[in-house]
Design a protein around this ligand. Structure first.
Ligand code: TMP
Length: 227
């Protein structure tokens, strides 16, 4: 049995963490999903995130987002810490869960490294692809939901929420480059990345995401689903 990896991506303040929780709870109530669980084709649905999906990862998340060292964190040090978090996460949590037939809903994954460290910090995209390959052992998401929102609107949302973390403190131009990175990725990998308009109300965005996921669910499990 093999589960599915569904990833949420997007700029700061795009609403992905809220939407991941809403999808998690909607899937828990979905008749189709329950039918597949009863047939033993899907196990549990897990929610996790990067950085910070494991105990080691939580420590790395604090370092990455809360670092107050005297010197600025070097971009390559940042890249390697995100990669270390991912390597542990894939090995300890994601791969074993998929092997048990779980659906894993993950808040950020490899595309965030391409967008933030590649397009945002300007590190070499080839090097990032290699590191992502090392960290994941080649594990690619079955579906990536890219919550599309312009960087300025997203940042304004996060600033309303209170104190900004180390990444959110970067200037608007950085976050606009990150947004450009997600756009480039969506153009490069149309088979797995679906753009979701994240400008609307929370409920409307949640409904769009659920409809997209139901569509994939029907496609993935077509032979096992009755009407
Ligand atoms: P979030 O969980 O609130 O989205 O915060 C995670 C932050 O880390 C966010 O600013 C994006 C950033 N990030 C990277 O820069 N590279 C990565 O590979 C990942 C997973 C996250």
């Amino acid at each position: 049995m093999s589960g599915k990896l569904l990833v949420f991506e997007g700029v700061e303040g795009c609403g992905k963490s809220t939407q991941l929780k809403l999808l998690h709870s909607a899937l828990g109530k979905s008749d189709r999903l329950q039918q597949l669980q009863q047939q033993g084709l899907i196990s549990q649905i897990l929610a996790t995130r990067e950085p910070g999906g494991t105990e080691l990862g939580l420590g790395l998340r604090q370092l990455l987002l809360g670092y107050h060292g005297g010197a600025a964190m070097a971009s390559r040090a940042e890249l390697l810490l995100y990669a270390a978090d991912r390597a542990q996460h894939v090995e300890e949590l994601i791969k074993p869960a998929l092997a048990k037939g779980c659906w894993v809903l993950c808040d950020r994954y490899t595309d965030s490294t391409v967008a933030y460290q590649g397009y945002g910090r300007g590190l070499d995209l080839g090097l990032i692809d290699q590191l992502n390959q090392v960290a994941t052992g080649g594990l690619v998401p079955d579906l990536t939901l890219w919550l599309k929102l312009d960087a300025a609107t997203g940042l304004a949302r996060t600033h309303q929420r209170g104190a900004a973390d180390r990444m959110e403190q970067a200037d608007l131009a950085f976050h606009q480059r990150v947004q450009g990175g997600f756009e480039a990725l969506a153009a490069q990998y149309p088979e797995r990345i679906v753009a979701i308009d994240a400008t609307g109300a929370v409920d409307a965005v949640a409904a769009e995401i659920f409809a997209v996921v139901e569509g994939y669910l029907q496609q993935w499990y077509a032979p096992s689903l009755t009407a």
